[in-house]
Ligand binder design. Sequence first.
Ligand SMILES: [Zn+2]
Length: 319
Amino acid sequence: MGRAAAKGAAGCPFCAGHEAETPPEVWALRPDGSAPDTPGWRTRVVPNLYPALGAPAATAAGGSPGAEAGSFASSGDPLLTSRRAGEPDLFSARPATGAHEVLISSPRHVTAMAELDDAEFADAVATWRERMRAHADASCLQLIVNEGGGAGASLEHTHAQLYALPFVPAAVARQRERAGSYAERTAGAGLLADVLVEEVRRKERLVAIDDEAALVCPWASRSPFELRVIPRREAPRFEADAVGGAMIATAMRVLAARFGAPPELNLWVRTAPRGAEQFHWHVDIAPRLTIKAGFELGTGVDINVYPPERAAADLRDCL
Ligand SMILES: [Zn+2]
C-alpha cells in the first residue's frame, strides 16, 4: 500500500529547531549537554499533545442513572417493564489515568525507521527502553510505532509512542496466562523460547538470526508479512534487556527492500506486565497491506492471503 506524498520538514514540530512547537520535553538524549527544548538532541521525548491517558481528574464524570429510559417506549414495551434497570456492571468505566509520551527518533525529518542509520536506530531503541524504565510503576507498558497515515500516524516524522497503563489489557493478560500455564505443564520451560527453538530448526519461517535475536514470520500470522523479533535468551522485560535493536532494524529494512519503499506499518513491543516473571518479550511488526473487513470484524478470525512461509522466503531473498 503506497503512502501519501511526504509533507516534508516545513512546519514539522518534530524537526530540530522546532522545539517550541511541542510541549516541553520530559527527556532527551543530548550528548553535547545542550539545554532542554533547544537543538542538539539525538532523541527527544515530549508528552503527547492529545493524550489518551492523563493525570487523575479532580471529579469523575459518571453516568446519570436517572436518565429517561427513552420517550419512544410505549406501555408494555420491554424497555419500560424490565426490572433489571440500574444493573451497575452494564456500563463499567474507570478514569484513563497514566502517561502518554511521544518519543522522537531523530532530529532529521526521516519518515520511516528503515531510513535511520545504525547509530540513530540504536539511539531510538535505547530511548524506548529508557522511557519504559521511567514508567516501571505502571501496570502495563505499551510502546508502539505507527508509520504512514493508513497505519494511524498523524505526523510523518518518525516517532514512537509510549502508553503507561493503569491496567493489563486482555491480550497481554492472555499471553501472561498462557506462558504461566505452559511453564507449569513443562516444569518451567518458556513457551516462546520453545517456539523459537522449533522455528530455528525448521527454518521455513525464519528470516534472519544473529547473536542476539531471531526474526520470524510467525506461525499463523494474522496478516501478510507480519514479523516477530524474538530474543535468543528468554527475558520477561524488553526494557530491562539490551539486545534485539539491530534485528528490529533488519526487520524494518527488509520490508522496505521487499516493497521498494517502507510500507505503512505498525510495530508494538510486548513486554511483561508488572509482576509477571514467566514471560518472553518480543516485538511485532505488521505492515498494513490488507484491510480487516466484515468477516474479520464479525468473527475475530483473520484470513491471511500470503502465508508466512512464503513471506519469509521472499524476505530472505531481500536481505
Ligand atoms: Zn520533521
